[in-house]
Design a protein around this ligand. Structure first.
Ligand code: NAI
Length: 254
């Protein structure tokens, strides 16, 4: 199979220090993309960028907190300054949710989820649109979740934020379809990343087994399986797709 071509595309990734973001940065860089990584975790972000540049790939890291509009604006300014016009903005930074029913969820948990998982995407989309309308087009890819396509008990704030991301994806896709700017979402189920390891660490063996066995494939997703789909989205092969949510869940919501 021929790999999706992302050669020389400048791809800006938030949350690129860990998990799905880091794996996607590795795959895209190895296929010739220029990768601007942003994350609030400076040490891990620098580590991923260094790993890629030492392999001879084009990558750079800038610290960003997606909940802070000034920090987001500066991150995009530096990315465009470094590698030139941005072709893809991958809005991937996110936080998890401590499992609980709504009455037991502190309001701070709701505000934290909305701030990172929804407002953060809003700020990043605005910056991406700002640069893409000037440069003649681009593709915004938002990391949502199957918790954004169907009800997900015990993580109500996370689900609310991810449903919001899909709403933003659809509305903005329609608004900018004539401007050569596409907007799509990616919706994984549980994928083996530090985020899910953290969630699993709060479960007993029986709960872990039932979480895994709920999936028709009887396993969690692997980060490279999400990265592969994102690479295809980043390529021109997905050119007629906009306003869509790509579900990668081993059949869980089939
Ligand atoms: P992860 O925890 O491995 O990576 C998330 C990254 O986002 C971390 O590097 C973290 O430092 C960064 N981040 C968090 N808050 C930030 C902020 N305010 N500003 C800048 N960076 C920030 O998580 P994972 O699993 O790779 O998740 C990536 C995305 O995929 C998230 O949006 C998540 O909600 C989504 N997702 C993950 C699933 C999974 O099972 N792992 C399933 C469905 C969606």
């Amino acid at each position: 199979m021929i790999a999706a071509d992302v050669t020389a595309k400048h791809i800006v990734i938030t949350g690129g220090a860990s998990g799905i973001g880091a794996e996607t940065a590795r795959l895209l860089a190895s296929r010739g993309a220029k990768v601007s990584i942003g994350d609030r975790n400076i040490e891990l972000g620098q580590q991923v960028a260094r790993e890629l540049t030492e392999l001879g790939y084009s990558a750079q890291f800038t610290v960003v907190d997606v909940t802070d509009v000034d920090s987001v604006n500066e991150f995009y300014r530096q990315a465009v300054n470094h590698f030139g016009d941005m072709h893809v903005a991958l809005n991937n930074a996110g936080v998890d949710h401590n499992p609980a029913r709504m009455l037991d969820v502190p309001d701070e948990e709701f505000h934290r989820n909305i701030a990172v998982n929804l407002t953060g995407v809003w700020y990043c989309m605005k910056q991406a649109l700002h640069y893409m309308t000037q440069s003649g087009g681009g593709h915004i890819i938002n990391l949502a979740s199957i918790a954004g396509t169907s009800g997900a008990p015990m993580i109500s704030a996370y689900g609310a934020a991810k449903h919001g991301v899909i709403g933003l994806t659809k509305s903005v896709a329609i608004e900018y379809a004539r401007s050569n700017i596409r907007v799509n979402a990616v919706c994984p189920s549980f994928v083996k990343t530090p985020m899910v390891e953290h969630v699993m660490s709060g479960l007993n063996d029986k709960q872990k087994a039932s979480l895994i066995n709920a999936n028709p494939m009887k396993r969690l997703g692997e980060p490279h399986e999400i990265a592969g789909a994102i690479a295809w989205l980043c390529s021109d092969e997905s050119s007629f797709m906009t306003g869509h949510s790509v579900v990668l869940d081993g059949g869980l919501t089939a």
